[in-house]
Design a protein around this ligand. Structure first.
Ligand SMILES: Nc1nc2c(ncn2[C@@H]2O[C@H](COP(=O)(O)OP(=O)(O)OP(=O)(O)O)[C@@H](O)[C@H]2O)c(=O)[nH]1
Ligand SMILES: [Mg+2]
Ligand SMILES: [Zn+2]
Length: 297
């Protein structure tokens, strides 16, 4: 009889599953590996006498899935940012689009509260307050601000997303999950190397003692968007979408030369962040360019 388990981690063919309040080791056959079996997936598995091990037999349908970082079936996506290392806002915007496409509720975590400036918090809030469910400011070091994070993750499946050394693994350690290795040289400002030797290499789900499943994931520096039509993009920029839907021209490009465009009006009135708007246009142009390239024009 096959049993049902949730994938907590995949390293090569070795899979860690969770079922009946315990973790179970299993092997992943090649064809499931090719389907991109990853943390968060639900699978069927059974004991196989011939290999003396549990073998995964079936990958169940996913509620949602993202590739960067690799994770399935999550409710909440927490984009972790801090002043050190400096955030790449263009990547944050692209992550938000991907979360929107997969219907994952977006949050932002501003980490390292003990060392960041008020000014940095204000910049993040002014750009993203209308784009995410909530912005949580916390410190893994002195455990300040953890309660709010605990409240919104309780009973949910969440994923921590963000570039290397922003403090994703440290946050999980602060929640008392287990001792995950964290990068200790990343804070040396001005040093070229942002990644330390304890950088996270595989996505892994952890169960907290207050009943949350949270995935730690590796940091990344590059991100391509899923296939998207240029005019679909607006839908995934909620701060711009709110005004775009009021535009009188159904095919409005929301560029500055459009007289009467509601987006431009809101921009000029300071209701949309100029930086967010600039990146929205940049992203739209990139999508257009890629589309033309793919059609060989
Ligand atoms: N001052 C301070 N430092 C922190 C805090 N959280 C993490 N750090 C430091 O930031 C560095 C990176 O932390 P990690 O938790 O390894 O970062 P990560 O996001 O898991 O990085 P990757 O695994 O490479 O993606 C370490 O040197 C931590 O000690 C914090 O709240 N305050
Ligand atoms: Mg890490
Ligand atoms: Zn418009």
């Amino acid at each position: 009889m096959a049993e049902l388990g949730r994938v907590m981690r995949v390293v090569g063919a070795d899979v860690l599953l969770y079922n009946n309040n315990q973790t179970i080791k299993a092997l992943c056959p090649k064809q499931l590996k090719l389907q991109g079996l990853c943390a968060g997936d639900f699978v069927e598995y059974m004991y196989d006498d011939s290999i003396n091990n549990n073998l995964i037999t079936n990958l169940l349908q996913r509620k949602n899935h993202i590739d960067r970082p690799t994770i399935s079936n999550v409710d909440n996506g927490f984009i972790v940012v801090s002043e050190v290392p400096q955030p790449d806002f263009y990547i944050i915007d692209k992550i938000l689009v991907n979360l929107g496409i997969e219907k994952i509720t977006p949050f932002i975590i501003i980490s390292k509260l003990d060392i960041i400036t008020e000014n940095f918090i204000n910049i993040i809030k002014s750009q993203y307050k209308n784009c995410v469910q909530d912005i949580i400011v916390l410190s893994a070091l002195n455990k300040e601000g953890l309660e709010q994070f605990i409240e919104v993750t309780r009973g949910k499946v969440s994923v921590l997303i963000g570039q290397s050394a922003v403090g994703k693994s440290s946050l999980l350690n602060a929640l008392g999950i287990e001792k995950i290795k964290t990068d200790t040289i990343a804070l040396k400002v001005g040093k070229k190397r942002e990644r330390g030797k304890n950088t996270t290499k595989n996505s892994q789900l952890y169960l907290t003692d207050y009943g949350a499943l949270i995935a730690d994931t590796p940091g990344f520096k590059m991100l391509d968007l899923e296939d998207l039509e240029p005019n679909e993009l607006t839908h995934y920029f909620p701060d711009i979408r709110d005004y775009a839907v009021k535009c009188q021209y159904s095919d409005c490009t929301h560029l500055p030369d459009n007289q009467g465009c509601q987006v431009i009006k809101a921009l000029n009135a300071g209701k949309i962040s100029q930086d967010r708007y600039n990146r929205y246009i940049r992203l739209k142009n990139t999508i257009l360019k890629n589309k033309r390239k793919n059609y060989g024009k």
